[in-house]
Every structure is written in C-alpha cells, then in structure tokens.
Design a protein around this ligand. Structure first.
Ligand code: PRP
Length: 207
C-alpha cells in the first residue's frame, strides 16, 4: 500500500522544500512538519490501549497509543530530522539507527552502522526522506524484517515511482506513507524535480 499526502498544506511545504532559498534550519523544520503529517496518517492503524491517568476529577482511563509497541528507525543522516519529529509525537517509542551510504558509482547502498533496538513483535516506522532508486529502503527493510517485527511502515518525504515500485515489489506487506511522488529519476539517479540531496540540504554540506 502506498499513501501519498494530498492536502494543499503538505504540497505547499514541499514547494518550500524545493526552494533553494530554504536554508538548513528551514529545511529540517519543513521535513519535521511533513513527518508529523505522515505520522498522523500512519497512526490510524496503531494499537490503542486504555491508559489510567490522574485527572482533575480523580483517576480515570482514556485511549492512548501503545507507544511501547513502536520502534522508530532511521537511515542516517538525512533521516535524523524525521526521527526527531516522530519521537516528539511518540515519546514512549524506542529509536533505532542505521547508516547506509549510496555508492555514487554503483548506485548501491552499503550498510555500515546498525543500532536497531529489539524489533520483535513491534511496529517499526522506518523513516527516510528520500526514495530514489529504492536501494536504501530495500536494504533497510531486509535487515528490519530479519528482526521479526509485527509490521513495518515506511514514512518518506519524496520518492520516484521507480524506487517505490522496487520497494513495493519486494515488500508488498509494507505500508508506505509518502508526502510527494515525483516524476522520476535522472541519469544520476536523482529524483526530479526533487529537492536535491536531503542530507546535504539539512546539514549544509552541499559542494
Ligand atoms: C539518501 C537518502 C536515502 C538514499 C536514497 O541518502 O537519505 O537514504 O539516499 O537513495 P536510494 O533510494 O537510491 O537508495 P544518502 O546516501 O545521500 O546519504 P545522507 O543521508 O548521508 O545524505
């Protein structure tokens, strides 16, 4: 399943992301706001428990997401603002980190850091702003699947139809929530029209 945000507000935030005038602070803020919109959509399928709390009229029970059943995982480094945003909404969720680097010659991703918490039986939200060739998502999903989660949901900001197809063909049971599906990839495997390299835009490392 692929769900794309469609509200005028989300499309406006994406236009600001594409705008070269958006500096690193603004860029990360926009990513963060869009991530919250994605979490709202994805949360419709989250398990809800009855939580006992102390109110102004004494003890009572109310519905709340079972945050302990959720892991938010990201692929460094462009995924960091998304992870921070998601765990602000879900402070009881645990966070996991993977690092993958896209080899600019072969266009293949290479895993070089793995600090995933226990994912067994959990809902894993895998967040990464970009799905270009889909290689990073594919490889991250392969790794997370091997940790036996109950369900995996991906949150992405922008993707190519080709990359999304690579991921969905390999993992049709993974639900993908994305803010914007763009036209496609250019010969350098960059998303067009896209927004450039999200990691570089977020952390001011544009060459
Ligand atoms: C970007 C992005 C994804 C990956 C997508 O990361 O954050 O992880 O590329 O490309 P793919 O779909 O073709 O695999 P990048 O490798 O640029 O690293 P960075 O986050 O450190 O900038």
């Amino acid at each position: 399943m692929i769900y794309e945000l469609s509200s005028p507000l989300s499309k406006t935030l994406i236009t600001h992301l594409r705008d070269e005038k958006s500096d690193a602070v603004r860029f990360r803020h926009l990513i963060s706001e869009l991530t919250k919109q994605l979490v709202y959509e994805a949360s419709k399928g989250f398990p809800v428990v009855s939580k006992k709390i102390q109110t102004w009229k004494g003890e009572n029970s109310f519905p709340a997401i079972n945050e302990k059943s959720i892991v938010v995982a990201t692929v460094l480094r462009a995924g960091m603002p998304m992870l921070e945003s998601a765990v602000e909404l879900l402070p009881g969720a645990s966070a996991g980190f993977l690092a993958m680097k896209r080899d600019e010659t072969t266009h293949k991703s290479v895993l070089y850091y793995d600090r995933l918490p226990d994912c067994k039986g959990k809902i894993v939200l895998l967040v990464d702003p970009m799905v270009a060739t889909g290689g990073s998502m594919h490889d991250a999903l392969e790794l997370i699947k091997s940790r036996e989660p109950f369900k995996i949901i991906t949150l992405n900001i922008i993707g190519s139809p080709e990359g999304l197809d690579v991921v969905q063909s390999a993992y049709p049971d993974v639900d993908m929530y994305i803010a914007q599906i763009d036209e496609g990839l250019n010969e350098d495997k960059f998303i067009v029209p896209g927004l450039g390299d999200a990691g570089d835009r977020s952390y001011n490392t544009l060459k």
